[in-house]
Design a protein around this ligand. Structure first.
Ligand code: ATP
Ligand code: MG
Length: 371
């Protein structure tokens, strides 16, 4: 029988657990034409949420969407071509019609090439000279607006948006997007909080205060219980709520790890989950992630390691504790500086004066291995 749990890429349909509130809110914002920033830690379910929501809206024939993952795009030319291709694919019109549409829009008339990639899929590309780059970029960025002007609604999603910093097209992008406000909703997503914060909150930066910050929360215990128990039962196996609670106490409801734990637990279970199976599963998952966590730990400075230990000991609050500071031989000034560095490195996050590990399993591993 096939394992009913899945972790790794984007999840949809029966692999998608709840998030009903978020979907409702996101739909409303998109249809209202708002620009949205979705920040959440790595593997938290950002991409799945956005695609799930947009697919529903598309099925309901309310809006079409364009999705571009910026990870791996390393030059302006590449951005132009990948974005252009994503736009062309989303048009869903016959190739000749799409080509004509673009030729009509583009100011400089670069030739639109249609190629077939090695899977046989059509891919659209533009040919332009170095001199034409900046105008072509501008042209491509205005396509969503032109599309809307033809009476078709479209939403643009830029995933891993922090990468845009490296491409140096922030200003151009901002000014084009601004011209489209209320007409084309944009969703910016990413997992590097420190960079995104800088891009969207620093006054001198192009995207300062131009978006709604959309919060995604952990998936609740109730939803996970339904999801996990349902899948066990449907496949003729049993799991007591107690074990789901145990999973969540480690994963904190973090979607990727919760699915990973459930996946491994299902594999090891013949009929019914028990303590022995559960412990075996935790050991197995930790062993699998061990190398990655060990590297992460090795890469930290002695002060960073001390501060992480303090965060664990104090549960993330009231860290300026004289007793601990002297136990770990670290000065107040260093503690402050190190906390900032750990936030900048996206190892810690801070919400309402409390410091969190961004990765709950790294925290759990640390608790169990370092002491
Ligand atoms: N709503 C959900 N229900 C169940 N599992 C989920 C859900 N969202 C995410 N997951 C789990 O988390 C994994 C990662 O999801 P996804 O790729 O959407 O996250 P992400 O935040 O975009 O990650 P990355 O930072 O790597 O881009 C999925 O493979 C799945 O196991
Ligand atoms: Mg993603």
């Amino acid at each position: 029988m096939k394992n009913p749990f899945y972790y790794g890429g984007v999840v949809s349909e029966e692999n998608f657990c709840n998030r009903k509130e978020e979907i409702k809110e996101l739909k409303r914002d998109i249809l209202n034409g708002i620009n949205i920033l979705i920040y959440a830690p790595r593997r938290f379910g950002k991409t799945s949420l956005a695609l799930f929501t947009l697919e529903e809206l598309k099925k309901e024939e309310k809006i079409n969407y364009i999705f571009l993952d910026l990870l791996g795009i390393s030059s302006k030319e590449e951005f132009i071509n990948e974005y252009f291709n994503a736009l062309a694919q989303a048009l869903e019109t016959p190739v000749e019609k799409a080509v004509k549409f673009f030729k009509d829009i583009l100011k400089i008339k670069p030739s639109v090439k249609v190629i077939f990639d090695n899977t046989g899929k059509t891919k659209f590309q533009l040919e332009f000279s170095k001199d034409e780059l900046s105008q072509t970029l501008k042209d491509v960025l205005t396509i969503p607006l032109k599309y809307t002007e033809k009476g078709k609604k479209i939403c643009v999603v830029f995933d891993e948006f922090q990468e845009i910093e490296l491409l140096g097209i922030e200003n151009e992008m901002r000014s084009q997007i601004q011209l489209q406000s209320n007409k084309v909703p944009y969703i910016f997503m990413g997992s590097k909080k420190s960079i995104l914060k800088r891009m969207f909150l620093e006054k001198k930066k192009a995207f300062y205060k131009s978006v709604k910050h959309f919060q995604i929360k952990e998936i609740s215990k109730k939803d996970w219980v339904e999801f996990i128990q349902g899948k066990f039962n449907k496949t003729g196996k049993e799991i007591d709520v107690l074990y789901i609670e145990k999973i969540l106490s480690i994963t904190k409801g973090f979607p990727y790890y919760t699915q990973q734990f459930a996946y491994e637990l299902w594999e090891l279970t013949e009929n019914k989950v028990n303590n022995e199976i559960f412990n075996k599963m935790v050991k197995l998952v930790l062993e699998r992630e061990e190398d990655m966590f060990a590297v992460e730990w090795d890469n930290l400075t002695p002060n960073q390691r001390k501060v992480l230990k303090i965060v664990i000991e104090k549960g993330g609050v009231h860290l300026y504790d004289e007793h601990l500071l002297s136990k770990y031989e670290i000065k107040i000034g260093s503690l402050r500086k190190t906390l900032l560095a750990l936030l900048e490195k996206d190892i810690l996050d801070k919400i309402d004066n409390r410091y969190y590990f961004q990765d709950p399993l790294f925290e759990y591993w640390l608790k169990n291995r370092i002491y």
